[in-house]
Design a protein around this ligand. Structure first.
Ligand SMILES: [Zn+2]
Length: 196
């Protein structure tokens, strides 16, 4: 994530149609994306976050190293980044955070990108067309989704159907990508064998 140095989150506004995708093959179709991919290949395995703002011409405007879970820029700096592409690494392996979306929208960034050891994520179309309170919408959706999932799990268990946990992020947090995926597949295999 990246945060303004004041510690305050700017007004929570985002484009409802913000696009999030996991890029399979790096898209280098524009000078900014070409430059971003180059930066990402250098920082993706770093233990601390590095954030870089890139102009439409591919030139680096601002680059900073942060901590293992954040990199900070001042409000004054962020006032000058409208239309820029922002890329940074997430050492913990997570995808874009809510703060990434908020600030990308609040400061009119062309694209907010996150690179991890295994993935490259991009958020675009961040210019507000329809403004929503993202945190509130997220909280409501998370709570509704949790209830729905718990209900399905409860009904499955009541009928003796095995339940397997599949996660979006590394479990345990220190696991390698291979350990995490292998453990999930083994649990799935065990469940399928059990129910056969
Ligand atoms: Zn981030």
């Amino acid at each position: 994530m990246f945060k303004g140095s004041s510690g305050l989150t700017p007004p929570i506004q985002m484009h409802q149609w913000a696009e999030c995708s996991v890029m399979q093959i790096p898209d280098v179709s524009t000078p900014a994306r070409y430059a971003a991919v180059g930066v990402e290949n250098l920082i993706r395995h770093n233990p601390v976050e590095t954030g870089v703002f890139i102009g439409p011409d591919g030139a680096t405007h601002l680059k900073r190293k942060g901590w293992n879970n954040r990199v900070s820029f001042t409000r004054q700096e962020l006032k000058c980044v409208k239309g820029a592409t922002f890329t940074h690494n997430h050492p913990n392996g997570y995808g874009p955070s809510l703060d990434d979306v908020h600030l990308g929208a609040a400061y009119g960034l062309k694209e907010v990108r996150v690179v991890t050891a295994n993935f490259r994520h991009g958020l675009s179309m961040l210019n507000a067309v329809y403004i929503v309170s993202l945190s509130r919408a997220f909280a409501v959706e998370t709570s509704a989704a949790l209830i729905a999932v718990q209900d399905v799990v409860r009904r499955a268990r009541a009928r003796g159907i095995p339940v397997v946990q599949i996660t979006e992020t590394l479990v345990p947090p220190g696991a390698t990508f291979q350990e995490w995926q292998t453990a999930q597949l083994q649990a799935l295999l065990q469940a399928l064998t059990q129910s056969a």
